[in-house]
Design a protein around this ligand. Structure first.
Ligand SMILES: Nc1ncnc2c1ncn2[C@@H]1O[C@H](COP(=O)(O)OP(=O)(O)OP(=O)(O)O)[C@@H](O)[C@H]1O
Ligand SMILES: [Mg+2]
Length: 393
């Protein structure tokens, strides 16, 4: 515009060619001006001297203002010290204050003293780059705290650096969140209660078996009752660990196995000090479908080792190890003893007795594979993976 501020001077000093060019430009500018006056133009793109494009939106202010006024979010322009330069009606309504009283007041008045440092740092960051935070704003009039999601963006109006703030009321979202949390908590309590009851019921069955075993004269028969009692107790322990666990659907198998082994040793009532037990279990979380067969297998094999591997006063070690391959997620369970070893003629996959039959069935249930190593004592290796959750109908 500087070039045409004194057209007379320009005309006097210009050459004929320049005069022609200026005339052409003048006609062009006249046409543009006419178009602007007629409302035919929305935008004007101009090439300034240093070739930068200036894009001027015509008649845009009103639609934009309407847009901001219709927003169901608070739109606020702040200066760097937090003074409100502009805000839309929504922001004023939600804070229950007249819009005029908000303009030129400080945004800090809505924030509790302990939250003011957070607001301050958001304003500092927001004057440089986009940032967001959650803060509770309290209207001085009504005093009801309102949780807000606040987004800050730097904005330059002419040469003035300001911050554009978009405030979203989170009251409804928080209420829905709280309701959901309450429902979830209720379900968790129910689930805990359920596991607790299942555990109690299994414990009753276990006690009944024990009582009956005590009345059985035949030692072999009594032992069978006693083993069944152990099996029921191993299952009860899973439910106990489940209601004690955080997730309620997965148990830390290392904690479970430690308790299972301790329980078994305690229940033996005999002197097992000549047998030492080494348990090396990685911290692995398993769902119930996997943990129950896994626990029952340990129960059978560990109990067998205690019962048969060290007859008389023979001393020895029983080892239980569980590792998980980080890449393939395959679990490897080893139960070994350095005792007398399985009878040579015993086909462990084809026994008359229930214990090893159960181990075979449970291995198939786990979709796993079982190997026996006969050497110094007995070693069983079980490879399996956590079973995927099966939808219940
Ligand atoms: N770790 C071991 N060391 C030595 N012998 C073992 C070992 N484990 C099992 N056995 C032998 O294998 C046999 C079969 O075991 P299995 O667990 O199937 O039956 P059980 O323990 O006799 O009875 P139950 O059906 O109540 O378990 C046992 O009777 C025992 O002779
Ligand atoms: Mg057995």
């Amino acid at each position: 515009m500087e070039r045409y501020s004194n057209p007379l001077k320009a005309l006097l000093t210009a050459s004929q060619r320049e005069i022609e060019r200026l005339k052409e430009q003048l006609t062009e500018l006249r046409e543009i001006l006419e178009a602007i006056q007629q409302g035919e133009l929305d935008a004007l793109i101009n090439m300034s001297q240093n070739h930068e494009q200036i894009f001027i939106l015509m008649r845009a202010e009103e639609p934009y203002r309407l847009l901001v006024e219709q927003m169901s979010q608070g739109a606020v322009t702040l200066n760097l010290s937090g003074t409100i330069l502009y805000c839309n009606q929504y922001f004023a309504t939600i804070l229950n204050l007249p819009l005029e009283s908000l303009i030129s007041s400080s945004v800090y008045q809505f924030v509790a003293p302990e939250d003011q440092p957070a607001l301050r740092s958001a304003l500092v960051q927001g004057s440089q780059e986009y940032c967001k935070t959650e803060l509770v704003l309290t209207s001085p009039r009504e005093g009801k705290p309102i949780p807000f999601h606040l987004e800050f963006k730097p904005l330059k109006i002419d040469h003035l650096q300001v911050i554009c703030l978009i405030a979203t009321d989170l009251t409804e979202q928080k209420e829905a969140e709280n309701k959901l949390k309450a429902t979830l908590q209720e379900r968790e309590i129910l689930l805990k209660e359920l596991h607790h009851r299942v555990k109690n019921n299994l414990q009753i069955i276990s006690s009944l078996l024990k009582l009956q075993a005590e009345n059985i004269k035949d030692e072999k028969l009594a032992e069978m009752f006693y083993e069944s009692q152990n099996r029921v107790r191993a299952m009860a322990l899973i439910h106990q660990k489940l209601y004690q666990s955080k997730s309620l659907s997965q148990i830390d198998i290392s904690v479970y196995i430690q308790s299972l082994v301790a329980d078994l040793i305690r229940s033996l009532n005999s002197n097992t000090r000549r047998i030492s037990v080494e348990v090396k279990i990685e911290e692995v979380l398993l769902n119930m479908d996997t943990a129950i067969p896994c626990g029952l297998i340990i129960n059978e094999l560990f109990y067998n080792s205690i019962k048969y591997a060290f007859p008389g006063n023979r001393q020895g070690v029983i080892r239980i190890e569980l590792t998980k391959d980080g890449q393939s997620d395959e679990l490897s369970l080893t139960i070994s003893d350095n005792g007398i070893g399985l009878p040579e003629n015993l086909d462990y996959q084809n026994t008359e007795t229930l214990g090893l039959q159960l181990v075979g069935m449970l291995t198939r249930q786990l979709d796993g594979s079982l190997e026996l190593q006969r050497g110094e004592g007995t070693t069983f290796n079980l490879h399996f993976r956590e079973l995927p959750y099966r939808e219940r109908i």
